[in-house]
Design a protein around this ligand. Structure first.
Ligand code: ZN
Length: 499
């Protein structure tokens, strides 16, 4: 084998894997959006076969040989090529550590589990989901041990979503946040409450669809390359940088629910749409980690989308589209309403302040189950106990409790901490951005370009070239520091509630 042969083998393998993941992605997107309810069985077979093909291509002997050759001849690789081969090698070590049949069975299990979870959530029937959830936790633990037998399995899982993250760091991060958030939350709850009754008024769904198009334009999404669909649980998926899909869920009595889903998923989409051209068609294209991804989605959802400047900017359009909801409301009342702090049941609807607590509860449960300190069957009661202890709310049923999120049914264990980390990354990016850009003035004028240019320059265009910690440090010129997030929350909610 020579360099050229090895590199060609590597590239061909990438292109095949990319095509397979494109096909699988379309099947999954179809399943989540328009496929009929009863279609899971046939899709499961297709997905099983597709994932078998993917496994075979990735773990083929000639690919291993080519990767070994390239890693032995590092000096012939550019920094980007070296990064690409090394990153692939790591993910390959994970996949290769799993026996093929178990890998395929897991894909089929996840397809079934998502279907069962949908029904279980609708019918408040945790018992029907329990055997699947048990298998998902067991399989994830087993896979983590195949991959890194010497590590604690949950550390391995955290590292797969946010490279470098450990339980020790996450424990410290959450206990820091909690020690600042809980006192601030208590002060806000004792202050005079903001009015938000009008947010529950009837908002026509066809008009909400028009509103989504307006919002996507407002945050600079190029619609030639980004579509929007409707699903139970909003998400973003990308096939390449010119084909990104976001989804939302419309509620007639909760206008801002879809509004902030669209802006959140739109933030994910912007990151994918602006991945560097030089990485397109390589393993380095697209977002580097879930934490950095959430930093972008939550930057747009909260830091921009829930700012006084942005809500004021779009308020005339909101009033024009929804006169029955906002006709007798001022822009300032709208701003305060979308920032109302209130301990609640549903993570995706939570305010910025209590959000991290919702995430912390999921983190603690995952950690305990994977460590064998909590039974999967006990999740509902532990969930309810923690919601009472940390947020003071009574969970009425599992639909509004442990069945609310799609992550576990999709096999994503170790993902949740990325949401809270992302919020904190975003606050640190904002502080750095403000050194060179009048962020608030830009939003007031409806000119988001200096902000998106900054993010493109420092985050988006780099694709997967750097590890998340390094990317953040290059962007802000300092290591990760969660105190920016705490200060951001204290300033914002201190002003709104006068505390
Ligand atoms: Zn997200």
């Amino acid at each position: 084998m020579n360099f050229e042969q090895a590199w060609n083998t590597f590239r061909t393998m990438h292109d095949k894997l990319h095509a397979i993941s494109h096909a699988l992605g379309v099947v999954q997107y179809d399943a989540a959006t328009v496929a009929p309810r009863g279609s899971a069985e046939g899709r499961g077979k297709t997905m099983g076969i597709i994932s078998e093909m993917s496994y075979s291509i990735q773990t083929a002997p000639e690919v291993n040989e080519a990767v070994a050759y390239l890693l032995e001849n590092k000096d012939q690789l550019t920094p980007a090529q070296l990064r690409e081969v090394s990153e692939f090698n790591k993910s390959n070590e994970f996949v290769s550590s799993i026996p093929m049949q178990e890998y395929v069975d897991y894909t089929v299990l996840i397809n079934e589990a998502e279907d069962v979870w949908h029904r279980a959530k609708q019918e408040n029937d945790f018992a029907s989901f329990l055997p699947y959830l048990q298998q998902i936790f067991d399989t994830n633990r087993r896979f983590a041990l195949y991959y890194k037998p010497e590590n604690k399995p949950y550390d391995t899982m955290l590292d797969m979503y946010e490279k470098g993250l450990t339980m020790e760091q996450a424990d410290q991060f959450f206990s820091d946040l909690r020690s600042h958030i809980v006192p601030l939350l208590n002060k806000c709850m004792q202050a005079p409450q903001v009015r938000d009754d009008f947010l529950g008024r009837h908002a026509d769904i066809a008009t909400q669809r028009t509103f989504s198009d307006y919002l996507m334009e407002a945050i600079t999404i190029d619609r030639r390359y980004c579509g929007i669909g409707e699903t139970e649980h909003p998400f973003t998926t990308n096939f390449n940088k010119k084909d990104v899909r976001i989804t939302t869920h419309y509620h007639e009595d909760a206008l801002v629910s879809s509004m902030y889903s669209v802006i959140h998923e739109g933030g994910h989409a912007l990151y994918e749409l602006h991945s560097g051209d030089e990485y397109e068609g390589t393993f380095l294209s697209g977002g580097v980690s879930m934490g950095i991804h959430e930093s972008q989605s939550r930057f747009f959802e909260n830091i921009i989308g829930r700012s006084r400047q942005f809500t004021t900017l779009i308020f005339p359009k909101c009033q024009e589209l929804f006169p029955d909801v906002l006709g007798d409301v001022t822009a300032e009342e709208f701003y305060r309403a979308v920032n109302k702090v209130e301990p609640s049941l549903i993570r995706t609807e939570a305010d910025e302040l209590t959000y991290a607590i919702h995430v912390m509860i999921r983190y603690e449960i995952e950690k305990a189950v994977i460590a064998g300190e909590m039974q999967v069957a006990d999740i509902p009661q532990e969930w309810n106990r923690k919601y009472k202890e940390y947020l003071g709310v009574d969970v009425p049923d599992d639909t509004h409790g442990c069945l609310q999120d799609s992550h576990w049914s999709g096999g994503s264990i170790g993902y949740f901490p990325s949401y809270a980390l992302g919020s904190a990354y975003g606050a640190q990016m904002l502080a750095k951005m403000k050194e060179s850009i009048p962020v608030e003035d830009c939003v007031t004028e409806g000119n988001l370009t200096p902000i998106t240019d900054w993010l493109e320059e420092h985050v988006w265009r780099h694709g997967c070239m750097y590890d998340p910690g390094e990317l953040l440090e290059r962007a802000v010129g300092a290591p990760f520091d969660p105190s920016y997030f705490v200060r951001y929350l204290e300033d914002k909610f201190g002003e709104i509630y006068g505390v």
